[in-house]
Design a protein around this ligand. Structure first.
Ligand code: NAD
Length: 471
């Protein structure tokens, strides 16, 4: 049994004032594997106070000092890579394949900010005026369970680069990962109060961070519903907000694309992180006259997808994070059938032999109409909708007919044609012919997928306040 009974404030591991216990459940078998003592508002207030004091000197630190801190954080986090992998598998059922890949990228969040700092100009002259970009203040970082470590590392790296101090509230379902991250950040040896962790519930610790006047900015990654709540409360103290929210990303296969290559990639992509990924391409838009061939290739691909225990090397889809998430995905599969979509693979219920965990069958609906709820709403599980289109213009219209606009994917034999389509899609990140990643390129959503951008220079500027001095 793992016990997490400390939070991290002002450079020290302290016993929280909060006393509520949260059970950590292994989603592969629904056995209890740990207990977490949840922090409360008083703990959050203490952490904010520590961050406020530390901000006074850290906000005046040099770029060289910040680069030094980023290097130390990177080294400390990299040292714990294997611990992260083991715990992510156990705690949220992340597949070994996925968490190994995502853990390998963790150091890149610090490297990319070091790179930005090497050329970024915090001061400039416009006409005869002096313009200075100064750190915004104490930042409240609130993160989800599906990408806990990478969200925290990316946000902390940016805050440190800007000269901001932070109070981090990870998901309560990521408490074991948080324990390792707290230890790693402590080992990095930064001055006290720059980084603080408060493990607690969203409506307790999260609400305190969102409403406390000493917090200047909230950087949130999570659901659109919670993002809206945060934005509403944050406006009372006029906090800056960066909101990285949900998605229902289209994957447009143009009629000149090689189906044998793109359709298997589309199916595997939709199931990334067991379908629990904000950027997952869950709407597959294909030419109507090629639907039969697409269905055949998609079916042959899904037959090779392995749903099994996440620790196995060859597992593609592990369990859903919780019983609640399992039930939610099941309800959408039921809804798809009721809405008249054609079930190509998977369906309701658990795969044979995996009844004890929150496992869902790799599911594909075809002949989906984009107006159906399964095409409009974020399911957050391994459920792919294949949507036929007649013309390129119609494909673009369907892609944009969504409340979300986080990511989009386009496959074509002609890169210029793909670029032309990309220019008409309302999404913050569009990948052509693959699933590319670049930590220096802005990331964030159009429409209800969020407000603001993270990563690289755009991300840094969201932690800075421009001050103009006119002489
Ligand atoms: P969630 O919104 O339920 O929770 C996210 C965080 O917010 C958690 O730490 C939670 O405790 C906290 N929270 C809950 N209520 C709160 C409140 N009232 N005030 C302040 N904080 C509160 O999301 P989740 O289920 O943990 O994660 C899945 C969601 O996150 C999906 O919608 C997914 O698309 C989204 N997501 C988006 C991105 C992105 O970069 N756009 C990345 C990963 C996940």
């Amino acid at each position: 049994m793992k016990i997490v009974n400390k939070i991290y404030i002002n450079g020290m591991f302290v016993t929280p004032h909060g006393a509520e216990i949260f059970d950590v459940i292994n989603p592969s078998n629904n056995q209890k594997i740990g207990e977490v003592t949840l922090a409360d508002e008083i703990d959050a207030k203490n952490a904010i106070a520590a961050a406020k004091v530390a901000f006074k000197s850290f906000s005046k630190s040099t770029v060289a000092t910040r680069i030094d801190y980023l290097r130390k954080l990177r080294t400390a986090v990299e040292k714990r890579q294997q611990d992260f992998i083991d715990i992510m598998i156990e705690e949220y059922g992340g597949t070994r394949q996925f968490v190994t890949m995502s853990s390998k990228h963790t150091g890149a969040w610090f490297d990319s900010m070091i790179e930005v700092l090497q050329t970024y100009k915090f001061e400039e002259t416009i006409n005869s005026s002096f313009v200075k970009l100064q750190p915004v203040g104490v930042v409240g970082i609130i993160t989800p369970w599906n990408s806990s470590n990478s969200s925290i590392c990316s946000k902390v790296a940016t805050a440190i680069a800007a000269g901001c101090t932070v109070v981090i509230k990870p998901s309560e379902m990521s408490s074991l990962q948080t324990q390792v991250l707290m230890e790693a950040f402590h080992d990095a040896g930064l001055p006290e109060g720059i980084i603080n962790f408060v493990t607690g519930l969203g409506n307790v610790v999260g609400t305190e961070l969102t409403s406390n006047p000493d917090v200047s900015k909230i950087s949130f990654t999570g659901s659109t519903a919670v993002g809206k709540l945060i934005a509403k409360i944050a406006v009372d103290t006029m906090k800056r907000v960066t909101l990285e929210l949900g998605g229902k990303s289209p994957n447009i296969i143009l009629d000149d694309a090689d189906l044998e290559k793109t359709i298997p990639m589309a199916v595997y992509g939709a199931y990334m992180n067991s379908g629990q990924a904000c950027i997952a391409p869950t709407r597959l838009l294909v030419p109507e006259n090629k639907l039969d061939k697409v269905n055949a290739i998609a079916k042959a691909t899904v037959d090779k997808i392995i749903v099994n225990l996440p620790q196995n090397e060859d597992t593609h889809i592990g369990p859903m994070v919780s019983v609640k998430q399992f039930d939610r995905v099941q309800s959408y599969i039921k809804l798809g059938l009721e809405e008249g979509a054609v079930l190509l693979a998977g369906g309701e219920g658990k795969p044979e032999g995996l009844e004890e965990g929150n496992f869902v069958k790799a599911t594909i609906f075809t002949n989906v109409n984009n107006k159906m709820r399964i095409a409009q709403e974020e399911i957050f599980g391994p459920v792919l909708s294949i949507i036929p289109y007649k013309t390129e213009d119609e494909a673009i219209e369907i892609a944009n007919d969504s409340p979300y606009g986080l990511a989009a994917y386009i496959s074509s034999a002609d890169p210029e044609r793909a670029m032309h389509v990309a220019s008409q899609i309302d999404a913050g990140r569009i990948c052509i012919n693959g699933f590319n990643h670049d930590p220096l390129v802005p990331f964030g959503g159009f429409k209800q997928s969020g407000i603001g951008r993270e990563y690289g220079t755009y991300g840094l500027e969201a932690y800075l306040e421009p001050k103009a001095i006119l002489k």
